[in-house]
Design a protein around this ligand. Structure first.
Ligand code: PAF
Length: 281
């Protein structure tokens, strides 16, 4: 596995792959890898000859400096996991490399970024879409894999790629859960035992709502009310949002459609923002 920390060195490798006619798939990450990330690597492996993973904690997508500073990092462990998974190259840029002095070019997606994660974190999606575009320009992958865990991010990247006619196939990776049912996230390490028990109510509520949907319930108010009720009176927790949305437009709907609906939520538990979502089917 090649570990590359300069754009020039990556471009040289990429040119050699082009000469050899290799298909390249890409998994962008911010490191501190878990099985969820590795399941995205597996999808990339099935699609291409060479898999590239980037590890870059992107300052432009953090609107809270404390969140950026406290983001967990463990590069050596990450590299070992990726090597064991047969990754061809890991790209490790620095912020200075990605945002050269005087940087003033940004990529924005309008409507899809206004709600949910976008409304509580100004500038977040602008940072994501800009860094993904930069990475696509450097890596030049044929395909890239994004997890359904960050469902809004996935839709934003799909929209951007289609709108800008980028020659990259976006592949979806299903959300990966811990054995407990909690959606896997690098942030889970910040949950102590008590917080984790409360956090489990997120996935339990979503699955309870899905059972209600399967039994015929279509009212978004009733479906989202299940999670709200479970978190009512629970200290140190805030339901940031819980919505039934159309998967395509991410618009909230009053009545869940028979197909193509999804519940999206973010709950803050003991200061840790936890995202989860579940298709209503
Ligand atoms: O999902 C993430 O880890 C990040 O938002 C991404 C896509 C790597 C961009 O920094």
């Amino acid at each position: 596995m090649k570990v590359i920390d300069s754009i020039e060195a990556f471009r040289a490798l990429r040119e050699s792959w082009t000469r050899e006619g290799k298909r390249v798939s890409f998994v962008p990450t911010m490191g501190y890898l878990h099985e969820g990330h590795l399941s995205l690597v597996d999808i990339a492996q099935n699609d291409a000859d060479c898999v590239v993973v980037s590890i870059f904690v992107n300052p432009a997508q953090f609107n809270n400096p404390d969140d950026l500073d406290s983001y967990p990092r463990e590069a050596e462990r990450d590299l070992k996991l990726l090597e064991d998974r047969g990754v061809a190259a890991v790209f490790l840029p620095t912020p200075e490399m990605m945002y050269s002095e005087g940087h003033q070019t940004w990529v924005t997606v309008d409507d899809l970024t206004q709600r949910y994660e976008g409304s509580g974190r100004p500038g977040h999606f602008r940072g994501v879409t800009t860094v993904v575009t930069l990475l696509f320009n450097i890596i030049q992958p044929h395909s890239a894999v994004f997890g359904e865990k960050d469902f809004q991010q996935l839709r934003v990247v799909e929209r951007m790629t289609a709108d800008l006619k980028l020659p990259v196939d976006i592949l979806r990776g299903p959300l990966f859960r811990e054995e407990s049912g909690l959606a896997m996230s690098s942030r889970n390490v910040r949950l102590d035992k008590v917080a984790k028990e409360k956090a489990l109510l997120i996935n339990q509520s979503l699955f309870e709502a899905r059972r209600a949907f399967q039994d015929g319930e279509r009212s978004s108010e009733k479906l989202t009310g299940i999670l709200r009720e479970n978190f009512r009176n629970l200290d140190n927790t805030t339901v940031d949002y819980i919505s039934v949305v159309c998967e395509d437009t991410l618009e909230a709907v009053e009545t869940a459609p028979d197909k193509g609906g999804r519940m999206l939520t973010t709950v803050e538990v003991h200061g840790v923002r936890l995202l989860d979502n579940l298709a209503l089917e």
